[in-house]
Write a new protein. Structure first.
Length: 201
């Protein structure tokens, strides 16, 4: 997280640093992103950046947090929606798409976060996965209890499928939005997850 010296900067200087960092981290995963480019684009000396952040990793995680803070404001509408797990999922991806349209660079930052393969971010990636799994588990447990989802399914396997499909949907929003493709993808999940009558098993 930023040092207090960062928050002591004039708002215009803080925004310039954030803007340059967002642009760079939207273009490349953490390991390939250049701190040199960031400081050049915001017009400060490289040494000055270390007065505001411990290192590039510290700056990166701050930007990722800012991006997800914006995204949560959108997807919270989905989690507040009345309806079954499938309607919540559809609304979630609709709101994710709205976020991507309104904040394309932040959208790219959040996508690139999951593309990181370096060990330096392994802990953050695992925390992110566990947080998403916890949020999803609440809806899944309720859906299983209500008979909306097959209660015999392994919750961990369900989350694995949900996470993998969700990543592909968010990475390919242009295709997803065409000709009701999003609904057709979610229909595959619905038919694959929905509880079946014993006679149909």
């Amino acid at each position: 997280m930023p040092k207090q010296t960062f928050f002591n900067l004039e708002p215009e200087r803080r925004e310039a640093i954030i803007k340059a960092a967002v642009e760079e981290f939207a273009q490349a995963p953490f390991e390939q992103a250049s701190l040199t480019k960031i400081v050049e684009n915001c017009g400060i000396a490289k040494g000055s950046m270390y007065q505001y952040f411990k290192d590039k990793r510290d700056l990166y995680l701050y930007i990722v947090d800012l991006a997800y803070e914006q995204k949560r404001a959108y997807v919270a509408k989905a989690f507040a929606k009345e309806g079954d797990i499938f309607s919540v999922l559809e609304e979630y991806y609709q709101e994710s798409y709205a976020f991507a349209l309104d904040h394309p660079l932040f959208h790219q930052v959040t996508n690139k976060f999951w593309d990181n393969k370096g060990g330096s971010l392994r802990l953050e990636l695992e925390k992110g996965r566990l947080s998403r799994a916890s949020d999803f588990a609440q809806f899944l447990d309720a859906a299983m209890a209500e008979g909306k989802v097959n209660g015999e399914l392994d919750p961990e396997a369900v989350f694995f499928v949900y996470h993998a499909v969700g990543k592909e949907l968010i990475d390919n929003f242009d295709q997803v939005r065409s000709d009701g493709f999003l609904k057709r993808v979610l229909d595959v999940l619905r038919l694959g997850l929905a509880a079946r009558e014993e006679a149909e098993k």
